[in-house]
Write a protein that binds this ligand. Sequence first.
Ligand code: FE2
Length: 149
Amino acid sequence: MNVELDFIALTKATGIWMQGAHHVIKGPSSLADHEFLGTVYTYFEGYLDTLIEKTMMITGSDSVACPVKIIAGISAISRRFMSPVGHTSTEIMITTAEMLSSYKNELERFYMFCEEEGLLSMGFDDFLMATSSDIENFIYLVSRRAGNE
Ligand SMILES: [Fe+2]
């Protein structure tokens, strides 16, 4: 695995987790939580598509888009994640906040890697910055929800 593939696999894995949490969450706040998690996983799907295409362009390598390698990466990463099944909505939303914060840190590390490697075009720089800002907004919203009960 390389840095780009690891980051793409983490992005896909985070999106899958958010979609699964969207499916299984229940309880008094579940309608709002379900919709929030739906917004997050849908965002990750669209963002991942652009991330892969831009990364291919920047690196000049098709291997960062290899589904078999991405699936292997997701499998390795999955051991770090708590299953949302069998947890309360508050536990799921606290974990969502932690996962998004951790993802934002990884995004910043990926950004710094790209900068050091001379891979940041103005467009790629702008894309990663905008994504970081969007994820900060999700963290703000979910942190308020997670501390709400
Ligand atoms: Fe749904």
